[in-house]
Design a protein around this ligand. Sequence first.
Ligand code: ADP
Ligand code: MG
Length: 260
Amino acid sequence: MSKVISVANIKGGVAKTTTAANLGVGLARKGKRVLLIDLDPQGSLSLGLGVRKNKELPYTVSTVFQKVINEIEIGEDEGIIHNDEGVDILPSNQSLRVVEQQLDEVMSKEHVFEEYIESVRDSYDFIIIDCNPGVDNLILNALTCCDSVLIPSPPEYLCVEGLQEIIRIVGKVKKRLNRKIKIEGVLLTIVNGRTNIAKDIMNKMEEAYGQHLKIFQTVIPESVKAKEAVANGISVYKQSPKSSVSLAYESFVREVLDNE
Ligand code: ADP
Ligand code: MG
């Protein structure tokens, strides 16, 4: 059985992309067949995993949307980049902004991407979608086609608001667009364990949500290695296998597999 996970949060800068990339590569290192989908016009996931010159790519996730909208068949493997760390990537670039607007004119606009996902689902064990921040047609498509939502969030007061908002939106999507959607869990990211504020907020999150919502045991520490990996277009495992951030993402991957 394949699983489709959307990595989402209303806020930017919370490590959605870093988590999508390192979850994907981490699962591939465990022998899973993984497709990573960049659903953010900024193309950070593509760049962060070594897809250079994404502006010039002839085929991106935008092409997939256009083809579904125009009812043109999509061939197996079409537009997919095979990354040398073992994951498949469907990249994106700025053209996705235009698609986002075009969707307003399309019937059942939230269900467009679902058609594509259903056609590739059986080829993978995990499909991971890296969402853009905010609420727009792209994230609604991601939430409509996925099985679960993974919410990365740093333990900061302002981020708690973003967390509440995404939980509210998932609730609405569950009612109207995707009855099977679940929240995979909240992953605490960019954690600076030395500050009392972080510990205080982590405790408050546990108190407020712990009963209803899984908060992953693993927390991802703040580490310069995470930034270096992105700059080099590789995962944290390749950048620095023994670093705290690399070991933390490995442990998180094990938790996701245990969730199965
Ligand atoms: P989002 O996709 O939510 O906007 P990113 O994954 O792009 O967030 O991360 C935002 C910034 O934080 C990037 O510069 C990234 O390199 C950095 N970052 C992510 N995770 C960590 C971490 N564990 N430690 C330090 N910096 C991190
Ligand atoms: Mg991002």
